[in-house]
Design a binder for this molecule. Structure first.
Ligand SMILES: *[C@@H]1O[C@H](CO)[C@@H](O)[C@H](O)[C@H]1NC(C)=O
Ligand SMILES: *[C@@H]1O[C@H](CO)[C@@H](O)[C@H](O)[C@H]1NC(C)=O
Ligand SMILES: *[C@@H]1O[C@H](CO)[C@@H](O)[C@H](O)[C@H]1NC(C)=O
Length: 457
């Protein structure tokens, strides 16, 4: 007799915040989970402007288990926010609070999505407390998925809520004053009458039993445990969720890869500040001088805001820089295949703004980090990188300005000098350990989610 246990099909609706750094890990999580079970069906809900750019990039093999659902934001009520601004990507900064307001206002349309799809579970992001409330009103369990790490959430709670009973037992991620001020401004950024810190707090307190977080116990065990106690819910790490480099289309003939092929092992630094931070002219100048002083070869990705169609890269670099660097440096305008570059044996360091996805990607490929955090959660991430031992932060001046000598020194320490041996070894060790538990972590996520769905069925 053949006994086959049919798993009933489970449908999961995902609602990430409207930013690349959020949509992308939600999608990667969906992919990872569908590799493990064939009874899962995902709906990823976002604005048309975001979906049109990710849809064509999703491989055919997911077409039966991952679907996209459009979320329409109001436009007649908010004429200053046309549909091409329904994303943080390329959004002029002064419209950020309008975007959050529009997202809040779309809750009635989101309610219709819930009503129509009747998913078994909602997985939502950290800025939309209305999403879990709506799910609850439809009797659908809702779980938060945080794409920032546990150390950052703890810092947000500690800085924002000034809860006198909450001691901050982690000197390793304590920020200097200018960074605390910056952090506070962001947490207290208010849109539609709600501070970001309150949004984050409400989202975590609405999550059903557990909270998923894009992190790994290999990097954050003590923060994960502390945060679990603090919020009274199990924080479940989902692992690094790095996009498979095979999914990135670059042919081996690309000039970047060819250039890398000609360099020596671990001799090049890759320099990038993510897709949503744009360096000022002064910052570009300091970094250029820092790279020059370091004497190390580099690939530097420079981006300008979308609305800036006139600035030329040569104009913002120091005079004669490109000529002086010659073959030693490659400057890439716009986009670069980051995962392919980090994986290349010639790359020996990543000069990074320490966006959390970039940090995890660097660790995943065993590349040590030279940290130059710029905004948001980056200063905390940079501290974490140092504490784990996989990188070094370039010191800033007292008032917070970049310093060319410090940048050069940090690059030299990490990539060239004897002193950096420990960091380089540690990057490989953490890479291996993180890989060992990746599968276990995803299995745990699955078990937790399945339990929740059964509990609420
Ligand atoms: C929307 O988000 C996707 C996925 O995160 C991103 O690749 C794309 O660049 C964004 N599209 C626009 C127009 O901002
Ligand atoms: C809901 O979606 C429709 C389009 O389907 C749009 O016209 C409307 O403005 C949206 N309403 C809100 C409040 O977001
Ligand atoms: C302060 O922190 C304690 C312990 O974590 C918690 O029980 C309490 O609810 C917090 N109070 C406020 C006002 O957040």
């Amino acid at each position: 007799m053949v006994y086959s246990q049919q798993h009933r099909s489970i449908s999961i609706l995902m609602l990430p915040w409207l930013a690349h750094g959020h949509i992308s890990p939600f999608l990667e999580l969906a992919k990872k989970l569908t590799h493990k079970r064939n009874n899962l069906h995902f709906y990823i809900c976002s604005t048309p402007v975001n979906l049109t750019s990710i849809k064509p990039k999703l491989s055919e093999k997911y077409s039966h288990c991952i679907e996209f659902v459009e979320l329409h934001l109001p436009h007649d009520e908010l004429p200053e926010l046309p549909p091409h601004y329904h994303t943080t990507n390329g959004l002029p900064p002064h419209l950020m609070s309008t975007l959050k307001k529009a997202f809040d206002m779309s809750s009635s349309n989101f309610s219709n999505v819930l009503q129509t799809l009747k998913p078994d579970l909602l997985i939502y992001d950290f800025l939309q407390p209305w999403a879990p409330s709506l799910a609850l009103s439809h009797n659908i369990p809702a779980v938060e998925f945080c794409t920032i790490n546990a150390a950052t959430i703890i810092s947000i709670f500690a800085n924002h809520f000034k809860n006198s009973t909450l001691k901050f037992p982690f000197p390793g991620i304590h920020l200097p004053d200018y960074e605390i001020r910056m952090f506070k401004n962001q947490v207290e950024f208010s849109s539609n009458g709600l501070k970001d810190g309150d949004r984050i707090q409400q989202c975590s307190s609405s999550s059903c039993n557990i909270i998923l977080a894009k992190t790994s116990r290999e990097i954050e065990a003590k923060y994960i445990d502390y945060l679990s106690d603090l919020v009274g819910k199990k924080i479940v790490p989902v692992g690094p969720l790095v996009q498979d480099p095979l999914d990135q289309k670059t042919d081996e003939e690309s000039p970047i890869i060819q250039w890398l092929n000609k360099r020596e092992k671990s001799s090049v630094v890759y320099v990038s500040f993510g897709s949503e931070y744009f360096l000022s002219k002064e910052e570009i100048e300091e970094i250029a001088h820092g790279l020059e002083l370091s004497k190390v070869s580099f690939i530097w990705v420079i981006r300008f805001p979308k609305e800036d169609k006139t600035t030329k890269v040569e104009e913002v670099l120091p005079k004669g820089f490109v000529e002086r660097m010659g073959e030693r440096g490659m400057i890439v305008e716009g986009w670069a295949p980051q995962a392919k570059i980090l994986q290349h044996p010639s790359v020996g360091g990543f000069v990074s703004h320490c966006g959390w996805s970039s940090v995890l990607e660097s660790i995943k490929f065993g590349v040590p980090i030279i940290a130059l955090p710029m905004q948001l959660d980056q200063p905390v991430n940079a501290k974490l990188v140092e504490e784990v031992g996989v990188g070094v932060e370039a010191r800033r001046a007292e008032g917070g300005g970049l310093q060319r000598e410090a940048i050069a020194e940090a690059i030299g320490d990490v990539v060239v000098k004897k002193i950096g041996e420990g960091v380089r070894m540690k990057a490989l060790e953490v890479r291996d350990n993180m890989k060992k538990i990746e599968d276990e972590e995803i299995n745990d996520v699955l078990e937790q989610l399945e339990q929740l769905v059964q509990l609420c069925a």
